[in-house]
Ligand binder design. Structure first.
Ligand code: FAD
Ligand code: NAP
Length: 498
């Protein structure tokens, strides 16, 4: 709804289609995110209130419901978004849906991760005078879960009984830095949080023990000094709350860039190191958000972690260790975020959020045929998915990747994919180029009904299939439609989107 993006490209330019069918509209030249950031820094009075903040009544809010005078309330704060209209990548009409009202729900539905506070800070009119209409969402339950803690001379152990049979390390995220402990446990679509300012200092070596069968989670901290703690610490904002995951604000920690290697002419593999005291695993099919300050404004974009390489040997990679996060990122010559990323030096820090996403591994575990349709960097979720499918799912008979790119030079990890196909007879890869050179002997074309009917097939007439698709939004949307036309059901298709 406020997606951050530089969407202003010349009409008829090579990427013109990006804005269509994607919930994104082509913007006029000079209306990119960077242009917006420049405007907010220009010192221009964007609210019409000469820097004054006012208390806004519901009645007052509702009066500002026109394109040329549009106020919107988000989480109790009112913004005058009139000057932002033309810069909104989702288009003016989307923004107008919330004109003169509380847009919190609408915002959360579409892009709750977009850092509107930073983007719109110059548009802030003030606070709602009374309780906002849709107050910060999410009923808070204190009773479902609770924690206990105990100590020995050297250890502090925090225990949470989740009563979840399938509790595992991917569902526990711990950050312990500078006496501040944040332990989040994911329980279906909810999250339980322990968040305290610890009573005394602890060292950075945090451990998590999980008794999977009974769902017991222990967070073990090492005391810096062998003194007796009177209390665990002071509770912080989200402490001991059990709320819907989507109602929990994104938590970021600073990660160090440790290496940057070329994958193709425009795509790089970034290796980030989590800080000591952080335990975090990004589950298969999920993404994280990266946050950077660009020209004084916080900008957030999603990226899907990959592995350092495909599973070509049976040795576990030394980097698949819960310490490093690998991201395969295409650097766009006019991309706001990726240009800034490309300028990061080894040793620099970047903020990385907790994982998000609605893909469930169980979808793969019950399938016989796995078909992966990827367009460009839409390949990224397929990396962990391939690894998981080929190393952990025994019921799969065929795994096929159909990989769409513009040219041969754009194909990511081509060599590795070909080697994997030689190594594992269940796996097959098909490259399809939309703009091949004359000497390309492989398949050519764009995603279409006929191409999909040629390549997407069940291994047996009634075999259970899962088809995952990811790429530019119009590619994904068209692909899903073609698959449905070919008779695949909604349950058999998973589309990766934001
Ligand atoms: P932008 O400034 O947004 O622009 C990108 C390019 O597109 C520029 O060349 C720009 O001129 C052009 N452009 C933008 N809008 C239009 C338009 N309307 N019409 C025509 N051209 C346009 N990317 C990865 O590389 N790796 C990943 O693992 C990855 N994971 C993702 C996961 C999710 C869930 C999602 C939603 C996206 C993911 N992306 C990934 C994409 C990523 O989030 C960014 O969108 C991408 O990096 C571009 O950001 P940017 O700010 O550099 O580019
Ligand atoms: P690209 O190189 O521009 O295109 C890759 C392939 O997709 C090409 O064959 C291209 O053919 C085709 N394609 C592009 N636009 C199309 C359209 N409108 N309709 C049909 N086919 C189209 O791709 P890219 O720059 O790597 O972009 C990858 C995209 O994947 C980004 O938009 C990114 O946000 C998205 N992504 C999403 C996720 C996620 O949601 N989880 C994860 C990773 C990446 P043409 O010659 O026709 O352009």
């Amino acid at each position: 709804w406020f997606p951050v993006g530089s969407r202003s490209v010349p009409a008829g330019g090579p990427q013109q289609g990006l804005g269509r069918g994607a919930g994104l509209v082509p913007l006029k030249p000079g209306r990119s995110l960077m242009d917006w950031i420049r405007l907010t820094k220009s010192g221009k009075d964007l609210t019409g209130l000469k820097g004054r903040l006012i208390e806004v009544t519901e009645d007052e809010l509702s009066k500002h419901n026109k394109k040329e005078d549009c106020w919107i309330c988000i989480r109790g704060f009112v913004y005058n978004v009139t000057p932002y209209m033309e810069y909104h990548p989702g288009g003016e009409d989307e923004l107008m849906k919330a004109a003169g009202t509380d847009g919190t729900d609408l915002f959360d539905q579409v892009h709750r991760w977009v850092n509107y506070e930073s983007m719109l800070k110059e548009c802030l009119v003030g606070r709602m005078a009374v309780k906002p209409i849709a107050a910060p969402k999410g009923s808070v339950h204190f009773l479902f879960y609770s924690y206990d803690w105990f100590q020995t001379d050297s250890l502090i152990t925090i225990v949470i009984y989740t009563k979840q049979k399938d509790m595992n390390a991917e569902l526990v995220i711990v950050d312990c830095q500078d006496k501040r402990l944040r332990g989040e446990i994911i329980i279906d679509d909810h999250s339980y949080l322990v968040e305290v300012d610890l009573d005394h200092a602890v060292s950075e070596d945090v451990a998590v023990n999980i008794a999977e069968k009974v769902g017991k989670v222990e967070i073990v901290l090492n005391k810096k000094d062998n003194i007796h703690w009177k209390m665990l610490g002071q509770p912080l904002e989200g402490h001991n709350t059990f709320i819907k995951r989507t109602d929990r604000g994104l938590f970021y920690r600073k990660c160090k860039l440790v290496s940057k290697t070329e994958v193709t002419h425009d795509t790089k593999l970034f290796c980030l190191m989590l800080p000591k005291g952080t335990l975090l695993h990004v589950p298969t099919g999920q993404h994280v958000y990266l946050k950077q300050i660009i020209a004084g404004t916080e900008v957030v974009k999603p990226y899907t972690p990959v592995l350092p390489s495909l599973p070509l040997d049976f040795q576990e990679s030394p980097h698949q260790d819960g310490v490093h996060i690998y991201l395969m990122i295409k650097i766009y010559s006019h991309g706001l975020f990726t240009q800034a990323l490309d300028h990061l030096q080894i040793g620099d820090y970047i903020s990385v959020s907790n994982p998000e996403g609605n893909f469930k591994k169980s979808q793969v575990q019950t399938s016989e045929d796995l078909l992966l349709l990827a367009g460009g960097t839409g390949f990224t979720p397929m990396v962990k998915l391939l690894n998981f499918a080929l190393t952990e799912v025994s019921c799969l008979r065929t795994v096929k990747l159909i990989f769409f790119n513009k040219t041969e030079d754009d194909i990511l990890w081509r060599n590795q994919l070909e080697q994997l196909a030689l190594k594992d007879e269940r796996f097959e890869v098909q490259f399809i180029l939309s703009q091949p050179s004359e000497d390309w002997v492989g398949k050519q074309g764009k995603i279409s009904s006929s191409l999909l009917s040629e390549f997407v097939k069940r291994s047996r007439r009634d075999s259970k299939a899962l088809i995952c698709i990811c790429g530019p939004t119009p590619f994904t949307e068209q692909g899903v439609q073609y698959l449905k036309d070919l008779g695949y059901s909604q349950e058999e298709i998973h589309a990766f989107t934001a």
